[in-house]
Write a protein that binds this ligand. Structure first.
Ligand code: ASP
Length: 311
């Protein structure tokens, strides 16, 4: 049995500059991260799998209106909410992903159901909704996802061609795609990511989050990764898999590989954001090239941190 186990979560990266958010708001974010972290960690502590831990943590973040996933999802150009999610098991390389879905409270669970209950990896749009209904999901009304702040974000840009990262605003706001990675007591690792995408997105835009290899990846041989940031660049950089490749083919350790990708490779093509990662020994990494990233980790050797800003 692996001695060390660990979990890392994120709630999005972006223009999170100290002093722009009220202390009360900051506390709310930290409390939400803390709850999700503890929920996921408890699963690991009780001999649960990394898959179970990441799904549990992400579900909790999806249920919070603070983050751009599930309940807090941003508005599309059509005034709807279209969500993406993916989950991957590093032990088997099984994966499930879903995109362009509406009305689903916990897209991450739907991604897992696609992995476990179909022969497919990735379902999108109407077909994904039909599958969801066939396995018993209830469809929430648009009111469940309505949030005044997100509505205003969208109103500000809806008549333009602009689409924007939820967390790239120079004012107090609600940020964040969410994700979790974990290493369990057996040394199995997993990754999960869930998002509402970018405000004012249109034409069925899909980001990196649900794409295996771009925003989400897990392989026991190397690492489990969940990304957040400007999805177009993360897709082109095949970011999550790139971290894995640097470890597998170049022999880099987790921290060096994760930092190389975020601080050099994705930055060199113009991408801003960050990622969280674990390896099968329970080591963790959380690099980001933006001002901040909502993040938290806990390891069985007693280390724990919840932070937002760079230092
Ligand atoms: N990466 C996500 C996307 O492009 C956005 C984010 O991380 O907030 O859909």
């Amino acid at each position: 049995m692996n001695k060390k186990y660990s979990i890392v979560i994120h709630g999005g990266a972006g223009t999170l500059v100290k002093g722009l958010m009220t202390p009360e708001k900051e506390e709310q974010y930290k409390a939400a991260l803390n709850e999700a972290l503890e929920k996921g960690y408890t699963v690991l502590e009780n001999n649960g799998s990394a898959m179970e831990a990441v799904e549990t943590a992400v579900k909790h973040l999806e249920d919070s209106p603070l983050f751009n996933a599930g309940k807090g999802s941003v508005f599309t150009n059509d005034g709807t909410h279209e969500m993406d999610a993916a989950i991957m098991d590093g032990k088997t390389l099984d994966a499930g992903a879903v995109s362009l879905i509406t009305g689903i409270k916990n897209p991450i669970s739907l991604a897992r159901d696609i992995m476990e209950k179909t022969d497919h990896v990735f379902l999108a749009g109407e077909g994904a909704m039909r599958f969801a209904k066939s396995v018993g999901y209830t469809i929430e009304s648009p009111e469940y996802f309505y949030d005044e702040h997100r509505f205003q974000q969208w109103q500000n840009i809806k008549d333009s061609d602009t689409f924007q990262l939820d967390h790239s605003m120079k004012k107090e706001g609600k940020f964040g795609t969410v994700g979790a990675v974990a290493c369990d007591k057996n040394g199995n690792i997993a990754a999960a990511t869930s998002t509402g995408g970018m405000t004012n997105k249109r034409w069925g835009r899909v980001g990196d989050s649900p794409m295996v290899g771009a925003g989400t990846y897990a392989n026991n041989k190397t690492c489990a990764v969940s990304c957040t940031g400007s999805g177009e660049f993360f897709i082109r950089g095949v970011v999550a898999y790139d971290v894995s490749c640097l470890m597998e083919y170049k022999g880099m350790n987790l921290e060096a590989a994760a930092s190389e990708v975020i601080n050099k490779r994705v930055l060199s093509i113009g991408g801003d954001g960050g990622l969280i990662a674990v390896d099968a020994k329970g080591n963790i990494a959380m690099p980001f090239n933006t001002e901040g990233m909502y993040r938290a980790f806990k390891t069985s050797d007693g280390k724990r941190e919840i932070s937002i800003y760079k230092d």
